[in-house]
Design a protein around this ligand. Structure first.
Ligand code: PLP
Length: 447
């Protein structure tokens, strides 16, 4: 049984194994009882009912150093004992916050100049959209640049702005009337579903660039603020990586028309794909970039926008400020956690482990599952892998969405038979049908 079973709507109590437990925490599912986790260490989670679960997914691709890392816990504790877990970033400076931002800028091959810290990936996406708009507004208060181009099959967050940018059909549906306007979606870059017979990487990405250029021309190139994309699509499609050459051609189209390129690396960034930033795989830096998840590794809620010199200079020469700000941004305790996570990543050369174990994971997934009649595609990069399930392997026909195949595979994985997490997702084909699961183990995973 999965989460799609009809709920027992008469009672707020959840019944499991004959026992009643009233759950006061409203999460996504009102009628699903989750195993209760009491502790974690390394790659494992320990549940109240005595099970040891292998965390194949690092939560939602978050816990990149695994659980219970003593160094990070101590760094957070040390910051707490200073008495300032929190400072209002609008009128205090903080050395640890500065140290984190310096560490982050040092990791960008000199491509980024400043960091804007936020408390979540959705907030980072909204901040990046506002920064992009301000980039044009600084020079011209009547700027015609009012449109964003994003992609179908994308996920950029759940707040009204970030969801407006997202091309995630199911998550958008209930809120369509008031999502952020002026966002126009073009097809994703999905080789498994879109590559035509005989198309090379080069001709495929050329076609993708043309789709973007056509959208620019349709909207009026002078009206476009930015093109927004995840280099490796996470939750919406299941680890679909850019095809070689894609980031470059898309950036070229943006810059040809004076627009910005925003890359959302909230899920695929901070080492997940084997380079610190996914764009470093192609050497194509964006104008603005969002990061999250692996930034703080789950030890604190923290995300950020990395801002290129071009954008910083425009603001600096103009109003000299970013008209934005939220209470929980740039907190010293968030910075302490993220700085320690990033220091460990660098000092222990964990990128190398991501590349090594990622290559091994790819080999094993393909040798075990490539011939499976219902595994249509195995794709990913580094330690970020997706399996797409199909009803018919030849035609790539998906399963009936009502079956909830990905959820059922995930539920089975978590059952006492396997005791492992798999991150399920639906809508892989057209936003409604199509199933995938994601594997995203920690960077300390062993063979
Ligand atoms: N962008 C991407 C690519 C994501 O995967 C997510 C979350 O899964 C977000 C943005 C939103 O981040 P958050 O859930 O921290 O708001």
């Amino acid at each position: 049984p999965g989460s799609r079973d009809p709920p027992d709507s008469k009672s707020p109590a959840i019944t499991k194994d004959g026992q009643k437990r009233t759950i006061y925490h409203l999460d996504r599912h009102l009628h699903k009882d989750f195993p209760v986790v009491v502790s974690g260490k390394g790659n494992h989670l320990f549940t109240k009912d005595g099970r040891t679960i292998f965390d194949t997914t690092s939560g939602a691709a978050v816990s990149c150093l695994g659980h219970g890392n003593e160094r990070v816990i101590n760094a957070v504790h040390k910051q707490m004992t200073t008495g300032i877990p929190y400072l209002a970033s609008s009128y205090w400076g903080s050395e640890i916050v500065d140290d984190l931002c310096k560490e982050l800028i040092n990791g960008t091959d000199g491509k980024m100049a400043k960091v804007y810290l936020t408390g979540s990936g959705s907030e980072a996406m909204e901040a990046s959209a506002k920064l992009a708009r301000q980039y044009f507004y600084e020079n011209d208060k009547q700027t015609p640049r009012v449109n964003f181009i994003a992609r179908e099959g994308s996920y950029h967050g759940n707040t009204i702005g970030a969801l407006g940018i997202s091309g995630h059909v199911a998550r958008r549906a209930p809120y369509l009337p008031f999502l952020m306007p002026n966002v126009h979606h073009i097809p994703a870059c999905n080789a498994y579903r879109q590559r035509k017979e005989g198309e090379t990487d080069e001709s495929f990405v050329a076609r993708k660039a043309l789709e973007l250029e056509e959208k620019f021309l349709e909207l009026g190139p002078e009206t476009v603020i930015a093109f927004i994309a995840e280099p490796v699509v996470g939750a919406a499609l299941g680890c679909v990586p850019y095809v070689p050459g894609y980031l470059r051609v898309m950036r070229d189209v943006c810059h040809k028309y004076g627009a910005l390129l925003i890359l959302d690396e909230v899920m695929c960034g901070m080492g997940r794909t084997g380079t610190l930033h996914a764009w470093q795989g192609e050497g194509v830096a964006p104008d603005l970039q969002t990061i999250g998840k692996g930034l703080g590794g789950g030890y604190q809620p923290i995300a950020a926008v990395l801002i290129s010199e071009k954008v910083v200079n425009r603001l600096s020469d103009g109003s000299g400020q970013f008209v934005h700000g939220q209470t929980y941004q740039g907190m010293p305790v968030q910075a302490a956690a993220a700085l320690e996570v990033q220091t460990i990543l660098r000092e222990e050369n964990l990128m190398q482990n991501v590349a090594t174990q990622g290559a091994y994971l790819e080999k094993r997934l393909k040798s075990l599952l490539a011939d499976h009649p219902h595994v249509g595609d195995i794709r990913g990069k580094g330690l970020f892998w997706g399996l797409e399930f199909v009803r018919d392997k030849k035609t790539k026909e998906p399963f009936d969405p009502k079956l909830g195949v990905a959820q059922r595979v995930s539920d089975l994985a978590l059952s006492p038979l396997y005791n492992m997490t798999l991150y399920p997702g639906g809508g892989t084909v057209d936003g409604v049908s199509g199933d995938h699961v994601i594997l995203a183990p920690s960077y300390i995973v062993t063979k």
